[in-house]
Design a binder for this molecule. Structure first.
Ligand code: FE
Ligand code: CA
Length: 531
């Protein structure tokens, strides 16, 4: 599959003449060879969407960029031709020692993105990478390779972030994340974009107030729509800084396609075959804009996103996809209602194939910590205490059978030190996992850390008034906060530490960052305690 990005096309004479005539922001020098468009001349800087690295392994990682001189225009300022992009990976930030280099082709079929799977690098060390097209050069990014399998690693440190609603706040948290020392990687749990547009004005205290920023168009459906939405997000310098700082493992949640979608079902009752067309456009745009390996190349509406990475004998990262293979939400997906559907036997969250893959991975793991890096909350919080039990039905709590099947397997197979990492909620939570409805006892099966949002939900507050009662009614819940930010995990063989970093505001660019709390899990004891 990786050859998809290496093969070169010769330009036809007709295409060549058109190119020389100049289209959009780019013109071409006459080509002497019949190779691709090797010497483009850009009138406008083409690397406006930044660079990224992803899916590190011991011998390399994928490096990404997308040529887009006019990111928000239809056609983004590029001609309908393949264009050569040179890449370099160096052992130093000054690019004095180039370890690997080559040429990739940015193709119009893929939005002129390039995904280079760099190999042949040394394990467990940082590298720097950059791209050149014509006479234009990208900024550089940094990424670390992972340690060799079996390495007795003493520490791994990584960031967790996602839910970055462009309209609801600045991405200051990403600027802060980029400045964190010694990050091995970043895990993004999804909601990288949001698919709708809010109102430009809202009621403020003394009259209409303006939305902080606005999406460039309304609800997005077509490939061009999704491309432009990604472009708008990726032009954000704070987001670019976080990508340039470390390799990311990305997964999607719902808003990369449509709110609360699962399988072939959207929230509006669209016919499945019609929704699949939208999913296909969204899946292609997702791949085009993420630093993913060719194994995640979209096939129709599907993208293979569940996958594994390892940090020696210290940590296995199981990246999950809780949207693509799931059965429909029960009870009509109403918030905090419950119905017989919650206990449905045929319900699936991961789907049979991914569930088996995960259990095999957990059983076969020789790593101290087994991370389930995913999207939706696994704690079965009662969100309507005092009345009948009410769940977030879009979370694992709405799917009691697959939830308990997974937790029971973790318990019965004696899989110790399983840590669930979650997004989606736009709040920070930390707590302990037990079978559905079980009275939390002294021995949880696993621990869960739910990470807030970069910006979704606006400034937020320390604890929402409704959460005070919910926390009291759910003893498995140990911590809750509703500000914006990210999490840093600092992991050693003896101890897992999660640091919740929050901003006082995201309504302007000067938000101040602080550590709201640091929580820990000791090896072989899933209880969440203060660090
Ligand atoms: Fe979100
Ligand atoms: Ca979500």
């Amino acid at each position: 599959m990786s050859r998809v990005f290496e093969k070169r096309y010769a330009l036809s004479r007709r295409a060549l003449l058109r190119s020389v005539g100049g289209l959009g922001a780019l013109t071409a020098m006459p080509l002497l060879s019949h190779e691709a468009f090797a010497q483009p001349v850009f009138r406008v800087y083409p690397f406006q969407l930044g660079v990224a690295a992803g899916d590190p392994q011991p011998d390399g990682f994928v490096i990404w960029t997308r040529l887009a001189p006019e990111p928000l225009d239809l056609g983004y300022g590029m001609p309908s031709e393949p264009v050569e992009v040179k890449w370099e990976v160096a052992a130093d930030a000054g690019f004095r020692t180039v370890a690997r280099s080559g040429t990739a082709v940015a193709r119009p079929e893929l939005g002129h993105s390039v995904h280079v799977e760099v190999a042949g690098l040394e394990p467990a060390r940082p590298y720097w990478y950059r791209f050149t097209a014509g006479k234009e050069r990208s900024l550089y990014g940094r990424a670390r390779t992972t340690p060799l399998a079996g390495t007795d690693l003493q520490r791994v440190r990584f960031g967790v972030a996602g839910c970055q609603h462009y309209e609801q706040g600045y991405f200051t948290a990403y600027r802060k994340l980029a400045a964190e020392p010694d990050l091995d990687f970043v895990f993004c749990y999804g909601d990288y974009i949001y698919e709708y547009r809010g109102e430009r004005l809202a009621n403020g205290g003394t009259g209409p107030i303006e939305t902080i920023r606005q999406h460039n168009e309304g609800e997005i459906y077509s490939l061009d729509d999704y491309r432009r939405r990604y472009a708008q997000y990726k032009m954000d310098a704070d987001l670019q800084a976080a990508h340039a700082a470390a390799a990311w493992f990305t997964t999607w949640d719902d808003h990369e396609i449509d709110n609360n979608w699962v399988g072939d079902i959207d929230q509006d009752g669209t016919p499945a075959e019609v929704f699949r067309l939208r999913r296909q456009a969204a899946a292609q745009a997702y791949f085009e804009n993420m630093p993913l390996r060719a194994r995640s190349f979209p096939i129709g509406p599907s993208v293979q996103l569940y996958r594994r990475a390892s940090y020696g004998r210290l940590l296995d990262l199981n990246l999950l996809d809780t949207r693509q293979y799931r059965t429909d939400q029960p009870c009509g997906d109403e918030w905090a209602a419950t119905c017989a559907g919650v206990a449905a036997r045929e319900a699936q969250v991961l789907g049979a194939a991914q569930e088996k893959w995960l259990l095999d991975s957990l059983s076969g793991s020789r790593a101290r910590w087994k991370v389930l890096a995913q999207q939706i909350m696994m704690m079965d919080l009662d969100r309507a205490p005092g009345k009948a039990v009410g769940y977030n039905l879009d979370s694992w709590a709405g799917y009691a059978q697959p939830r308990d099947r997974l937790l029971r397997q973790i318990r019965d197979r004696r899989i110790e030190n399983a840590i669930v990492i979650t997004g989606d909620e736009h709040q920070n939570f930390a707590g302990e996992l037990h079978l559905t409805g079980a009275t939390p006892g002294p021995r949880p099966i696993a621990s869960e850390f739910v990470v807030t949002s970069i910006s979704s939900g606006g400034n937020g507050q320390d604890q929402r008034p409704d959460m005070i009662e919910i926390q009291r009614a759910n003893p498995q819940l140990k911590f809750n906060n509703a500000q914006r930010g990210y999490m840093i995990c600092d992991v050693t063989p003896e101890r897992w530490e999660s640091e919740f970093k929050v901003l006082d505001k995201v309504s302007d660019r000067e938000g101040a960052l602080s550590t709201r709390t640091k929580l820990a899990v000791a090896a072989d004891d899933a209880r969440v305690v203060s660090a």
